[in-house]
Design a protein around this ligand. Structure first.
Ligand code: UD1
Length: 419
């Protein structure tokens, strides 16, 4: 099993391009199933989750191939309506294939996506929305069979009790080729929803309101192919910025998305870093010990502070001057990384959804296990700013979301090796 070995203490400095966005690439790959012609996606990150999505597409009879960061998907030959339990378990985002398969084939059999990484992640909103769209949904022994009466889903008015990203994506995917109009109230407003809708519009879909709480989708008979460039990954961006800040370094992120990163950047600025952005570049300079963040850091749906950036910011703040307080409002069990940070010397008290982080002078290197994707990235940040050597195991979690993290860190002058 591979691991990362990190020698901490180097000040990171340099320029790196930001990878394409995982959380856009996965729903957009699912959306390509709705097209009767070939789609070409540029800036697609090469990640294990993306390869899982490609295995799902190939299993459904599509032809999905990679050349560098370009993916070609030909769904004209799609014929299967089932995704195996094993493929469903490989990644949580597999559930968004449900909407795409219903939109394309009018039926599908999937499973509850597995694991308990961040606490319970129910799919009740996904299923009740499908039922509202005229889909017969049956659940037996972990398998979920869905079928549209008369081959097509029907447009509906759907109000979500929480702006779920996954449920919003599933409804959009099911609605673009449904009969009639679908309205989603209290829709998720994440930038990745806009990216998915941008792709679908490039394929001929009629969607308006994405990026706002009310999305309207007018069903059309079928979608054509297109060429589309996936947006930059704002969470990978947040990770490299937090990493550089913690090392008291300096970074230029190119191919970045400053507007989408604003909720993160406004908090990071409170640590005393200088941050400037221009078009698709973000410049950060840290220089001295970070200051603790004054305001409570509350994770919220976009445009609030992203839950995905909670762990990486915490890893930077464990050695800041003063006390920072986090409040995790999206997931019940998203502080699993704190145990590893404490092992490295951090002073963190967790009480339910609150984590109080008292800054210490210096972390010490330690052997730790990545607990989940962003938690694993937090351990890389901690290892780079610690005294001594850290070994991180279970790095398959990290590889789900970061394209060759060791190359990006090395390009910034960090001492990291994958062995
Ligand atoms: C969430 C994040 C997203 C992030 C992703 C991966 C939010 C709003 N969403 O998206 O930004 O990229 O994790 O870490 O921050 N829920 C239900 N029933 C459902 C669906 C969801 O109760 O049917 C609850 C979940 O348990 C959770 C909340 O709604 O507490 C947010 O879920 P959702 O936005 O769907 O999660 P993801 O799509 O996984």
């Amino acid at each position: 099993m591979q691991k990362l070995i990190i020698k901490g203490g180097k000040r990171l400095r340099g320029e790196i391009p930001l990878q394409g966005c995982k959380n856009s690439a996965l729903p957009i790959m699912a959306a390509a199933l709705l097209c009767n012609e070939e789609c070409t996606l540029y800036n697609c990150p090469k990640l294990t989750d993306v390869f899982s999505a490609s295995r799902i597409l190939n299993g459904l009879g599509c032809r999905c191939s990679f050349s560098g960061n370009t993916v070609q998907i030909d769904s004209s030959t799609a014929s299967e309506t089932e995704i195996s339990e094993q493929l469903m378990r490989e990644m949580r985002s597999s559930i968004i294939f449900m909407g795409a398969m219903l939109g394309r084939m009018g039926e599908c059999t999937v499973s509850v996506p597995g694991g308990c990484e961040l606490g319970p992640r129910p799919i009740d909103m996904h299923l009740s929305a499908m039922r509202k769209m005229g889909i017969d949904v049956r659940e037996t022994g972990g398998r979920i069979s869905c079928k549209a009466s008369g081959k097509k889903a029907k447009g509906a008015k759907i109000s979500l009790f929480f702006p779920s990203v996954g449920a919003t994506e599933n409804i959009i995917l099911c609605a673009v080729t449904a009969e009639g109009e679908t309205v989603i109230n209290n829709a998720a407003r994440e930038p990745e929803i806009c990216d998915l809708c941008g792709f679908l519009r490039a394929c001929g879909a009629e969607i308006s309101g994405d990026g706002e709480s009310r999305i309207v989708i007018k069903g059309i008979p079928e979608l054509h192919g297109c060429e589309y460039r996936i947006m930059p990954d704002r969470i990978a961006g947040a990770t490299y910025l937090a990493m550089t800040a913690a090392s008291r370094g300096e970074i230029i992120l190119t191919n970045a998305c400053p507007t989408e990163l604003e909720p993160f950047l406004t908090v990071l600025e409170q640590t005393g870093c200088s941050i400037y952005s221009d078009d698709d570049k973000i410049y950060l300079r840290s220089g001295t010990r970070l200051k603790a963040v004054r305001d409570r850091i509350r994770t919220m749906p976009h445009p609030g502070f992203p839950t995905d950036a909670q762990a990486v910011l915490m890893a930077a703040l464990v050695s800041a001057d003063g006390t920072s307080v986090f409040e995790e409002n999206i997931f019940d069990c998203r502080y699993r990384h704190t145990e590893a940070l404490v092992k490295m010397g951090a002073d963190i008290q967790v009480m339910g959804k609150i984590a109080v982080v008292k800054g210490i002078d210096k972390l010490n290197g330690a052997n730790v296990e990545a607990t989940d994707l962003r938690g694993g990235a937090a351990m890389v940040i901690a290892g780079l700013s610690a005294d001594g050597v850290s070994e991180i195991t279970q790095i398959h979690h990290i590889d789900r979301g970061y394209e060759k993290i060791e190359e990006a860190v090395s390009a910034l002058g960090g001492d990291i090796q994958r062995v």
